[in-house]
Design a protein around this ligand. Structure first.
Ligand SMILES: [Zn+2]
Ligand SMILES: [Zn+2]
Length: 416
């Protein structure tokens, strides 16, 4: 089998891994969204596409496949419902920025009507292969994909984005045995700080802010981080002062519709019940009046209601950054003390901010742990910087694995 890397190799974003055997199967087809949009290389006509999870760097370009043909798209149901929300939003942003549109609503609708929803641990037969999805512990519906060739019994596993350590609403990733393992490497070179300690420090600082009459503003990605923050706020008693706005609301609504995919469903249900959903101008003003917590999109301050809130915060307020801030985004500019861009104008944020690394990705130790327990012969390191993927592949070769760190456009052949 030939594996070709269309994107997301030696970089994070625009994931696309093409498997060419007797059938052509694509693993993820996403976009890269930092400032302007970048796309993976052309996939051509594919027979099937497995979408590991909803984030746009994995799902955002998948509707374009329906220009070329009618591939079978396989994913969990929450993945596709959340992807639809994010893709529709990204199409709106493209139109607003007058960027070229590579697909239209028609292709997205075709995909949503034709995809195969596959729950965790169930198997579907596709030509000479069995395909199954397993919990990846990253966000709601995220999956580790297993493709098993029936004749040889050889197993190819693609982790997608995964996390071993449980989060409040996510169980840890399931380790799947493999012969060939395609592995995300985002944090291949770094271990995360102790999560519970970090959450406790953040909660204390949020309490201090609201008790002093300030607003605690929590910019968050709509899918994943927003729900996890709501769960943290529920657990810490801050939820009754919490307002939720922007796409975070719609995404939370979708996640709540799939309780089987949430590890602590009553925690999420209570968080939704006890928080205020901002659906009017009056509630917006109430939210920012001081003494409250606001969870809102966008997570990197690149649009959404968060920018409106930022300009209205009182002097006692504080901004809490909990997600990775890609270079070139407003969030990254703010952290570096540079002015951010609001509707084409420079705006200097005077509100103090704190950064908490609440990552939904496996750290270095857990990445190595996954490889060890999955027992592959061949490991392919993707979804990480050139440096991180190279170092990981080198380390794994030293441990006796046949390991690669490909770049975009590379192909490797493996026995399957
Ligand atoms: Zn992700
Ligand atoms: Zn990703």
């Amino acid at each position: 089998m030939e594996i070709r890397f269309l994107g997301g190799a030696g970089e994070v974003g625009r994931s696309g891994i093409l498997l060419k055997d007797s059938k052509t199967i694509l693993l993820d087809y996403g976009i890269k969204v930092d400032g302007h949009t970048e796309y993976p290389e052309k996939a051509g006509r594919v027979d099937a596409c497995i979408v590991s999870h909803a984030h746009l760097d994995h799902s955002g370009f998948s509707p374009s496949l329906y220009h070329e043909g009618f591939p079978l798209t396989v994913a969990t149901e929450p993945t596709m419902k959340l992807a639809e929300l994010l893709i529709e939003d990204s199409m709106k942003i493209h139109r607003k920025k007058h960027e070229h549109e590579h697909f239209h609503k028609a292709q997205l609708h075709t995909m949503m009507n034709r995809y195969l929803p596959l729950p965790y641990s169930q198997t579907t037969e596709f030509d000479r292969y069995d395909i199954s999805l397993h919990n990846a512990g990253h966000i709601c519906g995220s999956a580790v994909s297993l493709i098993e060739k029936k004749a040889s019994g050889r197993r190819l596993v693609y982790t997608g984005d995964f996390k071993m350590e449980p989060q409040l609403l996510e169980k840890g990733a399931e380790v799947v045995k493999s012969n060939i393992l395609i592995l995300e490497s985002t944090y291949a070179n770094k271990d995360h700080p102790d999560r519970e300690g970090l959450i406790q420090r953040m909660v204390d600082e949020i309490w201090e802010t609201v008790d002093n009459g300030g607003t605690a503003l929590l910019p968050a990605f709509a899918v994943g981080r927003s729900q996890e923050l709501l769960a943290i706020l529920q657990r810490s008693g801050l939820i009754k002062r919490t307002f939720i706005d922007g796409m975070a609301r719609a995404a939370t609504d979708i996640v709540a519709g799939y309780p089987d995919y949430v590890s602590d469903r009553s925690l999420l249900e209570n968080a939704i019940r006890n928080s205020v959903w901002v659906d009017s101008r009056r509630k917006k003003m109430e939210a920012v009046d001081g003494g409250n917590v606001i969870v809102t999109t966008s997570g990197m301050l690149n649009g959404g209601p968060v920018l409106d809130y930022i300009t209205r915060l009182n002097r006692e307020s504080r901004i809490f950054i909990t997600g990775f801030q890609v270079e070139g985004t407003n969030g990254n500019k703010m952290i570096q003390g540079r002015p951010i861009d609001i509707d084409g104008r420079d705006y200097r944020v005077r509100t103090p901010f704190s950064v908490y690394d609440l990552s939904a990705h496996a750290g270095k130790k857990d990445i190595h742990e996954y490889v060890k327990r999955s027992c592959p012969e061949t490991v392919v390191c993707v979804h990480g910087s050139e440096e991180n993927t190279s170092i990981l592949a080198q380390d794994l070769r030293a441990e006796g694995f046949d390991a690669y760190a490909p770049r975009v456009g590379d192909s490797i052949s493996v026995e399957f």
